[in-house]
Design a protein around this ligand. Structure first.
Ligand code: AMP
Length: 374
């Protein structure tokens, strides 16, 4: 495995690098460490390195690349390695010819980094406050583009580096699809079949969540599609009155669990090829109970989305499709009429969706992982 660790100084790269090196039995290589060793030499290069490092500035790209390549061509790096401190600039990333499997970015706030470094007692001559500030500044300028570079390649694992050493280590392994069992690295295998049922009032973000999961190539079954299609087909128009009428007709026929009954086959079908299936817009408590009862051995998780009322109404009004379908009457009909209320209260996960799309995506990813690894 070829791993790269990225993060500002003090983010825990060398701590995690050493743990991972030990676990995967592959060498850990820190350019900072190499350069500090060279700096001890009483040669022109040694003196040059010493000055460069102590000033907190970067060693020029060509020199860095040359040194890293000569190290990595040694036989002990054949099976893989963990790199810390390299690539640090876009040029280094572009010119780095060795393959990289994953890049772990340990994110911590600048202030936290300064605090950690000022309290570290390693006596490194490059850890004066001005040199540290300079290095953090250089990170934002030169290394953040490297993070983006790997993100675009789908190789980035971005983690909150302020968590405990143990937690960060566990999350890195989890993201690599591994886990530690009795100190042995094991592949993660997802065994359980699970449903993630999205619930929430109009405008809370169910559709956005559904598209997030579609992008992850998970099957998304929209419960309401049967109703929407019926209304579109018969050109009835999407008003709350029409929806209520169609909903109730189906319920007279199939009970309050109507949409679960009508979608059951489709769900079973999706599980033939997938271990996680998303249900968009599960409506009633009865549908939930029906799924639990009839889909044996499948874990049903409810993911409730919540957003403040004014935000929900603003968002709903902006929709192209079904733009008129929101308001207090609709809310109350959903909560009490369709009996959605209990599903929201009983949810396994709750996401507050008052913020940015990116924030929502991060939270969805977290839920997905919890379900995946449960
Ligand atoms: P570090 O221990 O990773 O913080 O590195 C200490 C110092 O070594 C840095 O402040 C730079 O002067 C130098 N250095 C380490 N890695 C690189 C790199 N990839 N490119 C340029 N300079 C580097």
């Amino acid at each position: 495995m070829k791993l790269v660790l990225i993060g500002i100084q003090g983010s825990g790269k060398s701590t995690q690098g050493n743990i991972l090196s030990h676990l995967f039995k592959i060498p850990y290589l820190s350019t900072g460490h190499i350069f500090r060793e060279i700096a001890k030499e009483k040669t022109t290069l040694g003196r040059y390195m010493k000055e460069t490092i102590n000033a907190g500035i970067l060693v020029p790209d060509h020199k860095t690349i040359e040194i890293v390549n000569s190290y990595l061509s040694r036989p002990e790096y054949k099976r893989g390695y963990i790199l810390d401190g390299f690539p640090r600039t876009l040029k280094q990333a572009h010119e780095f010819s060795n393959n990289v499997d994953k890049v772990v970015y340990l994110r911590i706030p600048d202030k936290e980094a300064l605090w950690r470094l000022m309290n570290r007692h390693q006596n490194r001559s490059d850890e004066t406050l001005p040199a540290l500030k300079k290095r953090i500044e250089l990170f934002h300028k030169f290394t953040e583009p490297v993070v983006e570079f790997y993100e675009k390649q789908g190789k980035l694992i971005e983690l909150d580096g302020t968590k405990s050493i143990h937690e960060v280590q566990r999350e890195i392994l989890e993201n690599l699809g591994k886990q530690l069992v009795k100190n042995q690295i094991k592949e993660w295998k997802q065994k359980k079949k699970s449903i993630i049922a999205l619930v929430g009032l109009p405008g809370a973000g169910k559709s956005e969540a559904a598209s997030y999961f579609i992008k992850k190539k998970l099957p998304v079954i929209s419960f309401g599609k049967i109703i929407n299609d019926y209304i579109d087909e018969h050109k009835l128009g999407h008003t709350e009155e029409v929806h209520k009428k169609v909903r109730e007709e189906l319920r007279i026929k199939h009970g309050k669990e109507a949409l679960a009954v009508l979608n059951e086959k489709k769900i079973q079908e999706s599980f033939k090829k997938n271990n996680i299936v998303i249900i968009d817009g599960m409506r009633s408590w009865e549908e939930y109970l029906y799924l639990k009862k009839h889909l044996k051995k499948i874990q049903v998780y409810i993911l409730a989305l919540h957003a403040s009322k004014h935000l929900r109404y603003e968002r709903s009004a902006k929709r192209n499709y079904r733009a008129k379908l929101f308001g207090e009457v609709r809310d109350i009909n959903e909560l009490i009429g369709t009996n959605m209320g209990p599903t929201i209260a009983f949810a396994d996960f709750l996401i507050k969706n008052n913020f940015s799309i990116d924030d929502l995506h991060d939270k969805l990813e977290e839920v997905y992982r919890q379900v995946y690894f449960s």
